[in-house]
Design a protein around this ligand. Structure first.
Ligand code: FMN
Length: 328
C-alpha cells in the first residue's frame, strides 16, 4: 500500500538550486512542505556517483526525488537504487523543455508519448512502495491543451499514478529557451482546473506563477495543492506565510536568531565535510528580501562567501548588519 504524501504545499524541483543545502534551509522555514530535489537523470543514478547525486539528510524529509528518463528499465532501476536512500517519493519529469533534455528524449517531449510514459511509470511503481508522481505542462508546442493533457493524464493514471503537478503553461519545444518557457507561454490555470473537474479522483497540484497568499487561497478552492518555484528562492522568507496559507492556519513567526544559529551550525558541519561555505550561503541571500538591511546582508554574504574560511562567522556577521537600525 503506497503511503500518500501531503502535497498541499511544495517547493518545486529547480536545477542548480534545490540541492540538499537549499532543502535543509527551506525545511527550517516550512516544516511540513514537500521538498523536491533537482532533476537527476536515471542514467546518472544507474552509472554515476550515487552518494553525490542522492545523498541527503533526514532533516530534509519529506523529500521527493525527481528523475528524468524515458527508458522503463533504466528509470525503474534508478528508483530501485534511490529507494534505499529513503526518499519519501519519486517524481517523473515530463515538463522540462530544455534542448539537452529533449536530446535525451525526456522531460516535456515525453508528453507526446503517453504510452512510453505509462511504461516508465509502471517500472517506477514496481520498484518502490513510495508514491510515484508526475510533473508536466498543460501541452507542448501547438497541441490543444485539453485533449492533449487528458490523453497524457489518462495514460499515467492507467499506470496507477494518481498525483500530478501541472505547470500551467504549454512548453514550446522549439524557439524558446527554458527561461523563456517559464515566462512567455501564458498561464492557463483554467485548463488545470478543468482537469481536476474531469478527474476529481486524481490529485492535481497547481504550479506556475504563484507567489502570494491570495493566489494560493484562490488555487486551493479547486486544486489539491500548490507548488512554488522561483518565489521560493527569490524570497525564501515568504515560505512560512505561504505554507501557512496553503494549510489554512496562521504562520508561526520565525525566530530569526535561532534560524541563524541553526544555519551557522550547518555551515560549520558542511565545511568540516569539505563543502565550501558558498555552497550553503548562496541559498540564503534572498532571506530578508524587502526588509531594512536586506541589501547589506546580501552584499556582505555575496562579497565574501567565496573566499571566507569561516562561513559560520560570515553568516553571523551578515546577520549583525541586518539588525543595525542604520542598516536601513
Ligand atoms: C532555475 C530553475 C530550474 C528548474 N529546474 C527544474 C527541474 O529540474 N525539474 C522540473 O521539473 N522543473 C524545473 N524548473 C521549473 C520549476 O519546477 C517550475 O515548474 C517553474 O519554475 C514554474 O513555477 P514558478 O512560476 O513558481 O517558478 C526549474 C525552474 C527554475 C527557475
Amino acid at each position: 500500500m503506497t503511503h500518500r504524501l501531503d502535497h498541499r504545499f511544495a517547493v518545486a524541483p529547480m536545477m542548480d538550486w534545490t540541492d540538499r543545502h537549499c532543502r535543509f534551509f527551506h525545511r527550517l522555514l516550512a516544516p511540513k512542505a514537500l521538498l523536491y530535489t533537482e532533476m537527476v537523470t536515471s542514467a546518472a543514478v544507474v552509472f554515476g556517483d550515487r552518494e553525490r547525486l542522492l545523498g541527503f539528510s533526514p532533516a530534509e524529509q519529506p523529500a521527493v526525488l525527481q528523475l528524468g528518463g524515458s527508458e522503463p528499465d533504466e528509470v525503474g532501476r534508478a528508483v530501485e537504487i534511490a529507494d534505499a536512500w529513503g526518499y519519501a517519493g519519486f517524481n517523473l519529469n515530463c515538463g522540462c523543455p530544455s534542448s539537452r533534455v529533449q536530446k535525451g528524449a525526456f522531460g516535456a517531449c515525453l508528453m507526446a508519448e503517453p504510452e512510453r510514459v505509462r511504461g516508465v511509470l509502471e517500472a517506477m511503481r514496481a520498484a518502490t512502495d513510495r508514491e510515484v508522481s508526475v510533473k508536466c505542462r498543460i501541452a507542448i508546442d501547438d497541441q490543444e491543451p485539453a485533449p492533449f493533457l487528458d490523453r497524457f493524464v489518462v495514460a499515467c493514471a492507467d499506470a496507477g499514478v494518481t498525483t500530478f503537478i501541472v505547470h500551467a503553461r504549454t512548453a514550446w519545444l522549439k524557439g524558446l529557451s527554458p527561461k523563456e518557457n517559464r515566462e512567455v507561454p501564458p498561464l492557463r490555470y483554467d485548463v488545470v482546473a478543468n482537469l481536476k473537474a474531469h478527474y476529481p479522483e486524481l490529485r492535481i497540484v497547481l504550479n506556475g506563477g504563484l507567489s502570494t497568499t491570495a493566489q494560493i487561497g484562490e488555487a486551493l478552492r479547486w486544486a489539491d495543492g500548490v507548488m512554488i518555484g522561483r518565489e521560493a528562492y527569490r524570497n525564501p522568507g515568504a515560505l512560512p506565510t505561504l505554507d501557512a496559507a496553503a494549510r489554512g492556519c496562521a504562520a508561526h513567526p520565525i525566530d530569526e536568531s535561532a534560524l541563524i544559529a541553526t544555519l551557522a551550525a550547518y555551515v560549520e558541519r558542511a565545511q568540516a565535510q569539505g563543502v565550501p561555505p558558498s555552497a550553503v550561503l548562496r541559498h540564503v541571500l534572498g532571506l530578508f528580501a524587502g526588509r531594512p538591511g536586506a541589501r547589506l546582508w546580501r552584499r556582505c554574504l555575496s562579497e565574501h562567501m567565496h573566499r571566507t574560511s569561516d562561513g559560520a562567522a560570515l553568516l553571523r556577521e551578515a546577520a549583525s548588519l541586518l539588525l543595525l537600525p542604520a542598516a536601513a
